[in-house]
Structures are given as C-alpha cells and as structure tokens.
Write a protein that binds this ligand. Structure first.
Ligand SMILES: [Fe+2]
Ligand SMILES: [Fe+2]
Length: 199
C-alpha cells in the first residue's frame, strides 16, 4: 500500500511539510540518499538501545525499544545491501545536523525521558514523511517497494514513541511539550540547506 504522507500530520506531530525542492534533489541523487539513509537506520537502532541502557527499570520501554532496535537494524541491512548492489561503500558517518540540533533540545534532568521520546518520535515522523514521498515518486518499482515498507514502519515508530511518552509522563505535559518540540523541528528543517539526504 502506498503510504499516506499526511498520516503523521493528522496526529499533530509535524508542523511543516517537506518542500518539492527536497524531493527533486533526492530523486536526482539516490546514491547520496541511500548512503545517508543507511547511517540513519544504524543510528535509529543505537538510539533505541541507548533508551534501554538509560531506563532499564521501565519494563515496557525495554521490551519495545529492544524490539525497535532489532527492526531498525533490519532496515539498516536492507538499505546497506541496496547501496552495495549499486557499487557504493558505506564509509564514515558524516553526522546529522538535523538530529543533533533536535537532540540538543532535550532537557537535562526533569522531563528528559519525555523529551528524548518525543524527539525520536519527531525524527521518525519526518523520516516517514520523506520516505513516503520517495516511495510515491521513485521510478524503480523495486526501490519504491522498499521505501513504501520503510515509510510505513517509520510512521508506526513515530506513534510508538509518542505513546511511550504518554505512558511515562502526564498527558497534558506531553501534549504541551510535543507542540514546542514540533515547532522547533519545523524551524530546524526550514533553516537547514536542502540536500539529498533523509533529513
Ligand atoms: Fe527504520
Ligand atoms: Fe524507525
């Protein structure tokens, strides 16, 4: 099923839409997108495990984040095999300014878990939006199939993170914070250069 790019907007996580300029640049350099994407999936697995390490006393979180880490590693492998098949080599991770700027917004003590969950949720939601755009516009049916599958998974993950934030914090506090962080996310996207990468 072709993913619906507006689905994450419906539950009010993302406050902006990716520009057509991004889609054109991404489609024109899928090698660069795949390389960045592989690093994103690898970091998504590592982030899930960092929550397991930091909050090992929360049983539900440990179960869900360890399952997520496995799934993100499967995504990494799928994207990695695709880039190797194209004659590319993964190479060093050049870093992700988008994610770094967002993660820097997490409060240091009180509210830290809520913030980390919501920030990871926003990253998943933005990934979902962009992977879905690629799925809808890629010429290669095989690559479009892969991106459809991954876009649908990232939408599910975005919801998982927001649901977990509500599980461990007050509903009103989470709703307030998700709006603040979504505003910050939209501003970060608007101020970053448009490049052929996932974020
Ligand atoms: Fe993923
Ligand atoms: Fe994900």
């Amino acid at each position: 099923m072709i993913p619906d790019t507006s689905s994450c907007l419906k539950w009010a996580v993302l406050l902006s839409q990716t520009s057509p300029e991004w889609l054109a640049k991404a489609l024109a350099d899928m090698d660069a997108v795949l390389l960045d994407h592989a690093h994103c999936e690898k970091k998504a697995a590592a982030s899930a495990m960092s929550l397991v390490a930091g909050y090992s006393f929360h049983e539900e979180l440990v179960r869900k984040m360890s399952a997520l880490a496995i799934e993100e590693l499967q995504h990494f492998r799928a994207v990695y095999e695709r880039l190797v098949a194209r004659g590319l080599s993964l190479g060093r991770d050049p870093g992700d300014p988008y994610a770094q700027k967002l993660i820097a917004l997490a409060r240091p003590r009180e509210g830290r878990l809520t913030d980390r969950l919501l920030i990871f949720g926003l990253i998943e939601a933005r990934s979902h939006e962009r992977l879905a755009l690629l799925a809808q516009n890629l010429k290669s049916p095989e690559l479009a199939r892969l991106y459809t599958e991954l876009a649908n998974a990232e939408s599910r993950h975005a919801k998982l993170f927001v649901d977990l934030a509500h599980r461990y914090d007050d509903d009103a506090a989470v709703s307030r914070r998700v709006t603040e962080l979504a505003q910050a996310e939209a501003a970060i996207v608007a101020n970053l250069p448009v490049e052929p990468r996932v974020h």
